[in-house]
Design a binder for this molecule. Structure first.
Ligand code: APR
Length: 304
């Protein structure tokens, strides 16, 4: 099997490292900066004897090398700096996405595409429209990252293992995202039964701002360790047909009452990409929040 990762920057290269360590598929990393993907690929390859993986890791500036990919992960584009919103990246990243999609169409037209570049839901929508693939084959990574952030804050607050927390974040990957504390559990116990509403609200707020909190510390770019972990986990679910149920930005055609939009919803991920969109029962206030999030995404989509 083969995975291609477009963009060999912080997110792309770290994703390649994590994918190599899974040892399930060869990995090709593409970037426009000469020598950079080649150098990083050599570096990752030279860790293989220590880490014990046998897959090939290559770096290239030539899109022809993505031919025959089972899945292409798109991380090409600029990242946020302090004071920037994800939407501030739109004008630049939409052009890059268009170029990347043209290359995917030319060299590996049947691949599944997973977008990571921000603003995520708008970029995913653009990729879906550019490539015209069947709808389950284009989706975006964001909800699993936001959910992981939410889960990590819950586990820290409770002082329990990260493994015992399960939580979900829906909606657009931006300030309008919709963490669902009422659906969160700690070892099967509903979160609202074991945590005060005030603490839950504080954690929800921190989850929504988690990306900006990191940008504020880094100053020169945005998060990449947790994003790359989410990428590797989702790629694994596709390649190994694991059918994991995770939130992802999917093209909606009536689900949750929305049409012609990409938005974070729970999906089943397998060999065919998004194989099912799961429609949760939402309380009125949660559905209102999701409506507002869809509206925010739709307004950005209208700009492209
Ligand atoms: N083809 C291939 N690579 C490209 C192209 C292109 N047309 N245009 C830009 N790139 C590359 C850049 O050369 C750079 O190496 O994309 C890479 C982006 O890397 P970083 O600047 O380190 O950004 P990163 O932190 O990886 O974030 C990438 O993912 O999470 C999102 O918001 C984030 O939109 C951003 C994207």
């Amino acid at each position: 099997m083969k995975v291609s990762v477009i963009g060999a920057g912080n997110v792309g290269a770290t994703a390649v490292q994590r994918l190599a360590e899974l040892d399930i598929a060869d990995v090709t990393m593409v970037d426009i900066v000469e020598g950079m993907p080649q150098g990083k690929a050599l570096d990752i390859s030279q860790a293989a004897p220590i880490m014990g993986y046998d897959v090939d890791v290559t770096g290239t500036n030539d899109y022809a090398d993505i031919e025959g990919s089972d899945i292409v992960v798109v991380t090409a584009g600029i990242a946020r700096k302090p004071g920037m919103d994800r939407d501030d990246l739109l004008a630049t990243n939409i052009k890059i996405t268009q170029q990347v999609c043209n290359n995917i169409e030319n060299y590996t037209p049947d691949s599944i595409i997973m977008t990571v570049t921000n603003p995520l839901d708008i970029i995913t929508y653009a990729a879906a429209k550019c490539t015209n693939l069947e709808r389950g084959k284009v989706f975006g990574m964001s909800g699993l990252l936001d959910s992981s952030r939410f889960e990590s804050f819950i586990a820290k607050e409770i002082g329990c293992s990260m493994k015992d927390v399960s939580a979900m974040v829906l909606g657009g990957h931006g300030n309008s995202m919709v963490p669902l504390p009422d659906h969160a559990t700690v070892s099967g116990m509903p979160l609202p039964e074991i945590m005060d509403r005030e603490d839950i609200d504080r954690i929800v707020e921190r989850t929504i701002n988690a990306g900006a909190e990191i940008v504020g510390h880094l100053k020169t770019g945005s998060a990449f360790y947790a994003p790359s972990a989410a990428i590797a986990s989702m790629v694994e679910s596709v390649l190994l047909d694991k059918k994991r149920i995770v939130p992802a930005s999917a093209y909606l055609d009536g689900e949750y009452g929305y049409r012609d939009i990409c938005l974070g919803v729970p999906v089943k991920l397998g060999k065919k990409g998004v194989e099912e969109i799961i429609e949760l029962e939402l309380k009125a206030e949660q559905k209102d929040a999701l409506d507002r999030s869809a509206e925010a995404v739709r307004s950005s989509i209208s700009k492209i």
